[in-house]
Unconditional design. Structure first.
Length: 242
């Protein structure tokens, strides 16, 4: 190879290296699929600020309000809850469908069904009390406690006999919150239950219903072995909040 030919070869190699480096530093294209076709719009970049509140479509405001109970914006959730409570006849069946379809925030769906108080929702609430995880189970118990229909009281009382201690405890808490002293004899039978969480819930509910006086609490304190239940009894005897 001559000297001139060698210089030309080195220049060619250098030029190729510069072109390659420029290509690597520029944004990559995936080919013709990335090209905008006629009639298509360019996608806007994602917003950088806080998300806007969901807007209720005019065609189905009930369903959209249920979805809005999942919003991270408390004002949005409050507006949705208020709207659903203002339209109970339309909201109640929609809330039951939403529960079965896993739509909306579970706690709010159960709360709203309890507040609306249609008897048809009681079996659903009882099923949620039995089958759900703890947080949802508690919301179901509180929804039955607030439910105005007498069948809600019967559902809580029946669930008090469930084999699962967690379900039994939630039912006991619901009965205490409901405030019906007719539940006292059934609760009283469980104040010596072998499960700590059942005793804790039952003693708290009996006290809330006014069915345990200080003398009875002192006797329970004397025989109770679990420190958490003893702590509860001590607070009740001292008149402190539960």
């Amino acid at each position: 190879m001559t000297r001139g030919a060698g210089q030309r070869s080195r220049r060619t190699g250098l030029l190729f290296a510069l072109v390659l480096a420029a290509c690597q530093s520029s944004p990559k294209s995936s080919g013709n699929n990335d090209r905008i076709k006629p009639g298509e719009s360019v996608e806007s970049p994602p917003p950088t600020g806080p998300p806007a509140d969901p807007v209720m479509p005019a065609d189905d405001p009930i369903h959209d309000a249920i979805l809005n109970t999942m919003s991270d914006s408390q004002p949005t959730v409050q507006r949705a809850v208020d709207y659903l409570l203002e339209h109970p006849e339309q909201s109640q069946p929609a809330l039951m469908r939403a529960w079965r379809a896993h739509e909306g925030r579970p706690g709010w769906v159960l709360y709203l069904l309890g507040q609306i108080g249609d008897p048809e929702s009681v079996p659903l609430l009882q099923d949620a009390l039995i089958a759900s995880i703890y947080t949802v189970r508690f919301e179901a118990a509180m929804a039955l406690a607030a439910h105005p229909d007498p069948s809600a009281y019967a559902a809580l009382l029946a669930t008090l006999a469930h084999d699962d201690p967690a379900v039994k405890s939630a039912a006991a808490m619901g009965l205490g919150r409901r405030g019906d002293v007719r539940a006292c004899p059934s609760l009283d039978q469980l104040k010596d239950d072998p499960e700590m969480q059942v005793r804790h819930a039952v003693i708290e509910s009996l006290s809330e219903l006014g069915c345990l006086d200080d003398e009875q609490l002192a006797k329970l304190r004397h025989t109770e072995q679990d420190p958490l239940v003893r702590e509860l009894i001590d607070r009740l005897l001292a008149g402190e909040p539960r």
